[in-house]
Design a protein around this ligand. Structure first.
Ligand code: G3I
Length: 452
């Protein structure tokens, strides 16, 4: 296992060396005798970045940050650079939350992907209420102000996001920009973006464009037209949100390649794959292999670090579980990148895990008691946390064998140990609580168990 300093130094050096050898017409083998043991380190040895979406609100959580710092060399603010976050009212900009992410990335030598400038979603209502003339001015001003604020600090910007419809039409999606400015709005946005920060790569980003289909054909035709007419575009982002209804397409690599052949970079920008175990791991590996097989596929970003904070957490689509343990998908990605696992979990160094299971106890006409059993995984633990959520107007009126804290609504109780935090491997403890029904007998929902 490398020290973080040496692996970061190598991350910085390997692309340079790889580039020099490529210029000299030589090819590299795996780079060094010892394979990298982190996602970013292994990706760097292949000349790629490996990034994640980051939410500013989690930057105070130690295992979140340690996993981010150890495994990733690029970040995309998950929501903090969107129009509603940075310009909630016209001409009034708020960069604070995104600044926290950019500062963190810069202090660690990570790249930043900018996401996103012109998008129909997370768009404040004032934008939709403008006349065409005002909207054009507002769009250009938004691009200038936002790109200007981080000028020189953003590796790639998603200039326009999700501008095409799903389905077989290949048509543009309705939005204030499309409806009032017409088809030319995308081109206008890219031209404004190039002027605002000439160093940033300018990407068009979309979902359901991962295989060859009507939607990706429409994007392809637009990119081909832009390249033919000299409209500035450098990259196309393939979001790559997959699940059983929308699996990794068989022609994923071929689709990436046909875009690359137009003379743009391709980036996998929001990768997540619902599922678990071997099948999830295999799908992840296939995505990585496809990227590595396309020379102009310059990097991969997964849409979050841990399953517990995913936008679709119930689908467990990420590489680390809710306790920051590496999943089989992590190992598959690392191996596909040519790395080998050094073992251990940066966010959970001791491998501590636990489970929380609920059982109903006594019940009366107006209330019932619940018990949650906490069981340590295959390693001893010294602490645990879980949540109990009741359905309003139910109320938890008593607890025992735990130290509770509450959210603002009073419906979510976070329970920590009260002298019963240390458990041997496989050992259990429990806490209890009384729920006043107030007309509802719904069972409480128990959150994941986090061990330390
Ligand atoms: O921060 C507020 C919180 O204060 C409030 O209590 C809570 C109640 O709903 O909402 C919180 O904001 C949510 C925000 O995520 C942060 O968690 C928004 O409601 C929710 O809409 C927002 O969802 C984001 C979604 O984009 C919005 O379209 C997801 O986090 C984000 O992962 C997702 O990302 C998109 C990409 O930008 C574009 N491609 C698709 C991808 C997945 O949908």
């Amino acid at each position: 296992m490398h020290t973080s300093a040496s692996s970061r130094a190598r991350r910085a050096l390997v692309p340079v060396l790889t580039g020099l050898l490529a210029v000299a017409g030589l090819t590299t083998a795996s780079g060094t005798a010892e394979a990298a043991s982190t996602l970013a380190g292994a990706a760097a040895e292949k000349g790629r970045y490996f990034g994640t979406a980051v939410a500013a609100g989690h930057l105070g959580e130690a295992p979140y940050v340690s996993t981010l710092n150890a495994e990733f060399d690029s970040v995309t603010p998950e929501n903090e650079m969107k129009w509603d976050a940075v310009e909630p009212s016209r001409g009034s900009f708020n960069f604070a939350n995104a600044d926290r992410i950019v500062s963190h990335a810069q202090s660690r030598g990570m790249k930043v992907r900018g996401h996103t400038l012109v998008w129909h979603s997370q768009l404040p209502s004032w934008v939709g209420n403008l006349s065409a003339g005002d909207l054009r001015t507002a769009m250009n001003n938004h691009i200038n102000q936002v790109m200007g604020h981080w000028k020189g600090k953003i590796h790639s910007w998603d200039v326009v996001n999700e501008a095409f419809q799903d389905g077989s039409s290949g048509a543009r999606r309705n939005s204030p920009f499309q409806d009032k400015l017409g088809n030319g709005f995308i081109e206008e946005a890219f031209r404004a973006a190039r002027a605002a920060d000439p160093a940033a790569k300018l990407c068009y980003n979309d979902y359901n464009t991962d295989g060859v289909n009507a939607k990706s054909n429409a994007v392809y035709n637009m990119v081909r037209d832009f390249k033919a007419r000299g409209v500035p575009i450098d990259c196309v982002g393939f979001q790559s949100h997959f699940n059983s209804a929308s699996p990794v397409p068989a022609d994923y690599q071929a689709n990436l390649q046909r875009f690359a052949d137009l003379g743009v970079d391709v980036q996998i920008t929001e990768l997540d794959i619902e599922g678990s175990g071997t099948s999830q791991a295999t799908s992840y590996a296939n995505v990585v292999k496809a990227c590595l097989a396309v020379t102009r596929c310059t990097g991969i970003t997964v849409w979050g670090i841990t399953d517990k904070y995913s936008w679709r957490a119930s689908g467990t689509p990420l590489l680390f579980d809710s306790n920051y343990n590496k999943k089989p998908a992590y190992t598959a990605v690392l191996n596909a990148l040519g790395g080998t696992s050094g073992g251990g979990n940066p966010g959970n160094p001791g491998g501590a895990t636990c489970t929380a299971t609920y059982s109903k106890q006594e019940e009366w006409s107006d209330r019932f008691n619940g018990r949650v059993t906490i069981t340590a995984g295959s390693a001893a633990i010294s602490g645990w946390t879980t949540t109990v959520t009741v359905t309003s107007p139910q109320k938890i009126v008593a607890t025992w064998n735990g130290s509770p804290t509450w959210d603002g609504s009073g419906n979510v109780m976070t329970m920590r140990p009260n002298g019963n935090g240390s458990l041997a491997a496989g050992a259990s403890t429990s806490f209890g609580f009384t729920v006043m029904k107030n007309g509802s007998s719904a069972a409480p929902v128990i959150g994941g168990c986090t061990a330390s």
